[in-house]
Each structure stands twice: as C-alpha cells, then as structure tokens.
Design a protein around this ligand. Structure first.
Ligand code: DGY
Length: 323
C-alpha cells in the first residue's frame, strides 16, 4: 500500500524526518527557506498532512487550494498562524505542541527578566566597546529580582512555571492576571494572587507577558498601560509580537517612562521596529524562548507523533479542534 504524502514545511532534526518517513511519503524544505504563500500552496497540493512552525500561515486560501489536506501539525504551542475556524469548517485537524516546552520557556522568561532588570546586555556592549575605565557606584545599577513583585499576565502552564520560579526561587511576591482565575490549589502552589490588570500594572516591579495572541489580546500593552506602570518597572514579552504595541514601547523606553524591557517576540517578526533597535534599555532576542536542543527535538517529535497518530492510527495526541 502506498504511503500517504506529507510536507515538512521547514528544516527539522533528521531523526524527526526519519520517523515520519517510516509512515509517509515525505516532501521536505531542508533548505529552510521561508516560502511565499504561492510556493507553500504549490508544495502542499495533494498532501494529506503538513508539519508547520509558527512561521507558516495556514488560512482559508491555503486550505481551499489543498483540499486533500487532513491535518496541520504545528511545532509550537502557540497557533496564531492558524485560522482554526477555517480548518474546522473544512474538516481539517489542527494540532500544536504543548507541555514539552513549558519549563524551558519559563527558564528563558526568567533569563530575559534577569538580563533586563540587571542590564546584562547593555553593560556587555559597553565593555566590548572599550568604554569601561573605572568602577563607579551607579554603573549599570538595575533593579532587584529577589523580594520584588512579579506581575504575570497570562497564567497558563508557562506563566505558572515563571510564577513558581519567582516565588520559590527568588522570594518574589507574585500577582497575576488571566482570563479566568486559577483554582485555589494552583494559586497556592504558585504562591500567586489574582489581581486586575490595572492593579498588576500599578504594583508590579516586573511584568511578564505570557498570554496567547488573539484579536482580544492584541496590544494588551500599549501607551495607556505603559503609563500605568512604575517608572522603575521592567516589561518582558515571551508571548507573541502584537501583544505589545512596539512603537509605544520604544517611546516609553526612550522617555524612561519604564526602566527597561526584554523582548523575545515582535510585531511583524523577523522585522523589529527600528526604534527598538536604537534604545539602549531593551534586551532583544530572536524568538528563542523554547530553543534548547532537547526541547526543540521534543517539539518536533510531538508534531510528528500528531501526524502519525492521526493519519495512521486516527488518534492525534494534542488536537486543537474537533475536525
Ligand atoms: C511556541 O511554541 O509557540 C514558540 O513561541 C515557538 O514558536
């Protein structure tokens, strides 16, 4: 019996490809080009499944051009690159890759928070530029992490991981805001208190964004919200570009309306708002929060297992819609 055809839309670990080749006729993009939509459609025609990353947008136009498609498996927990309603309407299954990246991503959230509050990259640039001539009492003096108030917007699995690190590891007071309040046991485990978004912005020393992107969360942080934050506060975004109004943030950083920001995601990435590139008090990283070798490998295997689970056994592991 012939194997069903699938497409791996981006480069991935060879062992993930080998696993998929046991079950499918595999077309790959090992050159790792970012295909324009027309090329993606061209390569996707006739395929029963596709392995995507957060860079590939799968919408009604793609689905209508590829009627054989039965499953789209994202190697990411976030899936704002999918039009889920369009998939559901056409009976196409969507899957994501949750859980396997939770702790790694929470680690990075903390790394970015610490680098931002303690001005790690700004001071390294100073040193590399040969500007370090003497010790001085206020040179790159930042703000403390231990004992500070950590405000987390979006208290899913990754948000809870950051809360646990802050409360248990650094003795932080943790407040959070979320669409719905956590149960009492989870709040106790995270040592986190539920507050309104306004109270969080007003009281937190460090604000970390871990909220999924949707129309409702677009520009969760804009000029009005930045104005509510403490002038000594830091803001960290490891969620998605578009959660923050990057132009408003660049202005707030330039005006020292807040002290500093750490950003792993950007509106329109891989482009970065030019004003963010010119302010010193921001740490910028290229969407790497889940980027450790074991975690990226686990994400790749989970996306592959979803393709195998659904197309071979009829049982996807982490479905997002009822298709
Ligand atoms: C995710 O899994 O959503 C990460 O941001 C990688 O895209």
């Amino acid at each position: 019996m012939s194997k069903p055809p699938i497409l791996i839309a981006r480069a991935i670990f060879p062992d993930v490809i080998t696993k998929l080749e046991e079950h499918f006729e595999v077309d790959t993009n090992q050159a790792d080009e970012i295909w324009p939509k027309a090329k993606l459609i061209d390569r996707l025609r006739g395929k029963h499944g596709v392995f995507t990353t957060s860079s590939e947008r799968i919408d009604a136009e793609v689905l209508d051009a590829c009627p054989q498609l039965k499953i789209v498996a994202n190697m990411a927990v976030g899936y704002n690159n999918f039009d889920i309603d369009a998939m559901t309407a056409r009976g196409v299954l969507a899957t994501n890759a949750p859980d396997v990246l939770t702790e790694t991503t929470a680690d990075f959230g903390f790394a970015l928070l610490m680098a931002t509050a303690r001005r790690v990259t700004e001071s390294e640039h100073f040193l590399r530029a040969g500007k370090w001539e003497k010790w001085s009492y206020d040179m790159f003096a930042g703000s403390d992490i231990h004992g500070a108030t950590l405000g987390i917007i979006g208290m899913g699995r990754i948000g809870q991981g950051i809360a646990r690190r802050g409360a248990h590891g650094f003795g932080m007071k943790v407040v959070y805001h979320n669409r719905s309040r956590l149960d009492a046991a989870t709040e106790a485990e995270c040592k986190a208190s539920y507050v309104s978004k306004e109270e969080l912005l007003r009281t937190a020393d460090h604000v970390v964004l871990v909220v999924p992107y949707s129309a409702a969360s677009h520009h969760t942080i804009g000029a009005a919200e930045l104005a509510q934050m403490k002038p000594t506060a830091t803001l960290v975004n490891i969620a998605r570009g578009g959660i923050v109004d990057d132009a408003a943030l660049a202005q707030a950083l330039r005006d020292r309306r807040i002290a500093a920001a750490g950003l792993d995601v950007f509106e329109g990435e891989p482009k970065v708002h030019p004003d963010l590139l010119t302010v010193p008090n921001v740490v910028l990283t290229p969407h790497i929060a889940s980027a450790t070798v074991p975690t990226r490998r686990a994400m790749g295997h989970l996306a592959a297992d979803n393709l195998i689970g659904f197309l071979v056994h009829g049982r996807p592991l982490t479905p997002l819609n009822p298709a």
